[in-house]
Design a protein around this ligand. Structure first.
Ligand code: R1P
Ligand code: URA
Length: 237
């Protein structure tokens, strides 16, 4: 049955869903990487598609920006549509000297400035970690595709335009590989439903060096990340 945010019927969505923030990126991926594609939702223009990749059924759906947004879509996918694994495929900023624009990051866990997990976990710190199977499959798929990846933790922020930019130095001190806005909210929702979640990111900008990728460069790296994510997804499925 459809939800307030998703027009799909049960069975329209594959057990594995790859999720970028941008619904237009979801459309681009479905059109360029999947076969036998059908669109299952256009509600709020948060497009979702199901198709096949190397013969395996996979869905791609946008999740919007920020933790409240991904929480709505991920919770509904796990709870109402029988989804077993969600892999976020996103862009992120970097703060470390040896992380560069276009680098691909496999996320092991996420810290956050959001209160969402504290509300969920009665003001205790939630250990928001990716499912090991996804981390292992993403690393393996990267090796098979000759894509170099860095593996480690990210910081999920409520802010894109933070009022506390000095905090980026703290993230650097503690060796955070990427700054983005959703992973920390996704991982506990997977735990809640006994399901899996993962996250792979492409560095789109270096926050401290103020370096940015061009649209064309983002597309190339994005293609590498997509191949890694899709090959990993069918290993875990
Ligand atoms: O490119 P996506 O997947 O949207 O990810 C990053 O980009 C958005 C901010 O521009 C946030 O959603 C952040 O997490
Ligand atoms: O959340 C994000 C995404 C890309 N770049 C950033 O600096 N932050």
């Amino acid at each position: 049955m459809a939800t307030p945010h998703n027009a799909a019927e049960f069975g329209d969505i594959a057990e594995t869903v790859l999720m970028p923030g941008d619904p237009l990126r979801a459309k681009h991926i479905a059109e360029n990487f999947l076969e036998n594609v059908t669109q299952f939702t256009t509600v709020r223009n948060m497009f979702g598609f199901t198709g096949t990749y190397k013969g395996k059924r996979i869905s791609i759906m946008g999740h919007g920006m920020g933790m409240p947004s991904i929480s709505i879509y991920a919770e509904e996918l796990y709870k109402f549509y029988g989804v077993k694994n969600i892999i976020r495929i996103g862009s992120a900023g970097a703060v470390l000297d040896d992380v560069h624009v276009r680098d691909v990051i496999v996320v092991t866990g996420a810290s956050t400035d959001s209160k969402m997990n504290r509300q969920r976990f009665k003001d205790n710190d939630y250990s928001a970690v990716a499912s090991y199977e996804n981390v292992a499959a993403l690393v393996e798929a990267a090796k098979e595709n000759n894509v170099e990846v860095k593996v480690g933790k990210c910081f999920s922020s409520d802010y894109f335009y933070t009022p506390n930019p000095e905090f980026f130095q703290t993230l650097k001190t503690y060796n955070f590989l990427a700054v983005e806005m959703e992973a920390a909210a996704l991982f506990p929702i997977a735990d809640l439903y006994g399901a899996k979640a993962g996250c792979v990111l492409t560095i789109s900008d270096h926050i401290l060096r103020e370096e940015y990728t061009t649209a064309e460069e983002r597309q190339t790296t994005f293609t590498q990340m997509m191949t890694v994510a899709l090959d990993a997804a069918i290993k875990v499925a």
